[in-house]
Write a protein that binds this ligand. Structure first.
Ligand code: PLP
Length: 406
């Protein structure tokens, strides 16, 4: 395969690090990715050359910052193929995007007795906001269950959807199982019953090409820091027809048309949902991350990560007592596993001492842990810069650690 991973690695200075005297192997990309020089340079350029608060000033610095900030909205629109730039709202991250929809859509559309269908494999950030707002409105959460292999039981959807169903919330890709959910099919089923779908794309956009119009998603959320940008920046895509009906999420500067003590009128979308000064530097640097993803080609990254997934999975499966959670035929480069008789935290802590960064614990997915009746897993998650050599070193380290703990 013609994928120059060494060129890509050269963009990420941090990967040359040693930890505890060992070369860093960073397999915690589902939690957050490392940042390339393009992003670091964009951050520095903005701070050094043209920093100013956006949208409301009549001077060069603010104009230039505004121009660059708004150009990233166009980039995001194009990246996910949204119909219009006004459907792209900048948030702090996927969590805030979910909270925005839960609060605002919830305020407008939930009534006592309404139901929201939420999948069992969701990250807490796609469960708790719905619960909080369901409680406020006297609505109820209905679970879409997961099978043993880690797939959503979408066949149950026609039964679960009723006249009370107001929305379905589902991840495009599970952060624990790696399962790529059939969101297009879920959306089609939901739309037949006029139910909108909120898709959590936090683990998808950096790994698989996403076209929100082709999916026909009503809402789609993701975080820049998981796609080689900085933390504190996220996106909420929403179809115009929903966003225009939804009340503001937060009040403040920028989101208003006119304010008096008697009455306030609000801006049009997207500004209606962007109260206050946003993460100007983070958004502009996010543009550089999107450029890198597009230059490399998300489909090429996807193919590369599939090679890594297959390579690592076959070696892990050969280990005695090892169970992988999530064996769906369509998976992204996330492998959660446990080894019989060893606590995942002990494995993670000792792997760390060999330079391997993996995540251990419940991965903010308690209901899924309860489903499998486990306290947590070890999770290795790959990014565009990982290599098969790193997997070889990880496997050697893992075998050594298991011997020590056995
Ligand atoms: N959804 C999924 C599937 C995730 O993996 C994560 C983070 O790990 C989130 C949502 C929350 O993202 P953030 O913390 O960037 O808001």
């Amino acid at each position: 395969m013609n994928y120059d991973v060494h060129k890509i690695r050269s963009y990420f200075p941090v990967l040359k690090q040693e930890v505890y005297g060992k070369p860093l192997i960073y397999f915690d990309n589902a939690a957050s990715t490392q940042k390339p020089v393009q992003v670091l340079m964009a951050l520095e350029r903005l701070q050094n050359d043209y920093y100013g608060n956006i949208h409301r000033a009549a001077h060069y610095m603010a104009d230039k910052a505004t121009e660059e900030f708004e150009a990233v909205r166009d980039k995001v629109q194009q990246f996910i193929n949204a119909e219009s730039r006004e459907e792209i709202i900048f948030t702090k991250g996927t969590t805030e995007s979910a909270n925005l929809v839960a609060a605002s859509f919830g305020e407008q559309f939930l009534k006592p007795g309404s139901e929201i269908i939420v999948s069992e494999m969701e990250h807490h950030s796609n469960i708790v906001p719905w619960q909080i707002n369901a409680l406020r409105k006297g609505a109820k959460i209905v679970k879409l269950p997961v099978s043993e292999s880690g797939e959503l039981q979408t066949g149950l959807l026609p039964e679960l959807i009723s006249s009370k169903t107001k929305l379905i919330a589902v991840a495009h890709v599970s952060n624990v199982l790696g399962t790529v959910n059939p969101v297009a099919q879920i959306i089609e089923t939901a739309h037949k019953r006029n139910v909108p779908v909120f898709v959590d794309g936090a683990q998808a956009v950096q790994h698989i090409p996403v076209d929100v119009q082709e999916l026909d998603a009503d809402f789609y959320a993701f975080s820049a820091h998981k796609m080689y940008g900085t933390n504190g920046v996220g996106v909420l895509y929403g179809k115009r027809k929903w966003l225009e009906q939804m009340p503001p999420y937060q009040g403040g500067g920028e989101m208003i048309a006119e304010v008096s003590f008697e009455k306030t009128t609000f801006s049009e979308i997207p500004f209606k949902f962007e109260a206050g000064t946003p993460n100007i530097t983070g958004v502009i640097a996010f543009g550089a991350a999107i450029d890198l993803l597009q230059e490399t080609g998300v489909e090429n990254i996807s193919a590369w990560e599939q090679e890594l997934l297959t390579y690592a999975t076959s070696q892990l499966k050969a280990m005695e007592g090892l169970r992988i959670y999530g064996e769906a035929p369509k998976k992204s480069g996330v492998i959660s596993f446990n080894i019989a008789g060893i606590h995942p935290f002990d494995l993670g802590a000792l792997l760390d001492k060999t330079g391997v960064a993996v995540r251990t614990g419940h991965h903010c997915a308690d209901p899924l842990m309860k489903h499998y009746d486990i306290p947590g897993t070890v999770r290795a998650s790959f990014g565009m810069y990982n290599t098969k050599e790193e997997i070889d070193r990880f496997m050697q380290a893992l075998k050594k650690v298991v011997q020590m703990l056995a």
